[in-house]
Design a protein around this ligand. Structure first.
Ligand SMILES: *Cc1c(COP(=O)(O)O)cnc(C)c1O
Length: 217
């Protein structure tokens, strides 16, 4: 598939479910992809990208940013507190705030640096033990805690279990966001972004459907 095909499918789904065209933003997930493929998408004019590792992003995005205006980079993978400072210098948004210690570290750095990326709280909607994210039952309290730290919290993010219908998880995430007055929902990947749009996603994170399969070699 190609970038323009994905963009068309997003528009078609927005139209089908009666949402405003352009109300879903496409994060092109470039992790592990060769630079040539990423550059191809940059040359087509796309500017919003996602990476899941701080180190990998640090290795490739400063050069791309120097070359292309208006790049926006989102961290969609787990963040260790000892990489928080570096992440705050690299990313425009962090989708994976999931524990009080990370919240406190980000708050301290935001004070010191005078800026902070937009933040999302990750919710482990499937309550999977191996996955990051706060449990649904703890989400309201954690959201309050992040807000009390005066951090720019804009939304929620989830990665549904692979073997379950994602729509149920997307709907749950939306419910938690609504009752907490959060506007953004980061949900949906290559295999289910249309279902996420139907449930109100404002960001979809699409990798392999744009760039092709990732070769972890
Ligand atoms: C890799 C990744 C994606 C993109 O996955 P695809 O199936 O390639 O679209 C989305 N979200 C997160 C958190 C990821 O790590």
């Amino acid at each position: 598939m190609s970038l323009s095909e994905i963009q068309q499918r997003i528009l078609a789904e927005e139209k089908r479910v009666g949402r405003k065209p352009g109300s879903t933003r496409l994060i092109a997930v470039s992790k592990v992809q060769p630079n040539a493929r990423v550059e191809d998408v940059l040359k087509q004019g796309h500017r919003l990208f996602g990476e899941n590792r701080v180190q990998e992003a640090a290795g490739k995005w400063p050069a791309f940013r120097a070359q292309y205006d208006g790049v926006e980079l989102h961290l969609i993978g787990p963040l260790q507190t000892n990489k928080a400072r570096q992440a705050m210098g690299l990313f425009d948004a962090i989708h994976t705030v999931d524990r009080p210690k990370l919240g406190r570290t980000l708050a301290r750095l935001a004070q010191e640096l005078g800026h902070c990326p937009e933040l999302f709280v990750e919710v482990n909607t499937g309550e999977e033990p191996q996955k990051a994210g706060v449990l649904p039952k703890d989400a309201d309290a954690f959201i309050k805690e992040v807000r009390a730290l005066d951090l720019p919290l804009v939304g929620l993010m989830c990665i549904p279990p692979v073997d379950e219908e994602p729509s149920l998880h997307f709907a749950l995430l939306r419910k938690i966001a609504e009752r907490n007055g959060l506007k953004d929902l980061s949900m949906g990947m290559s295999s289910d972004f249309e279902r996420a749009i139907a449930q109100g996603a404002t960001y979809v994170r699409v990798g392999s459907a744009i760039f092709g399969a990732r070769d972890y070699g």
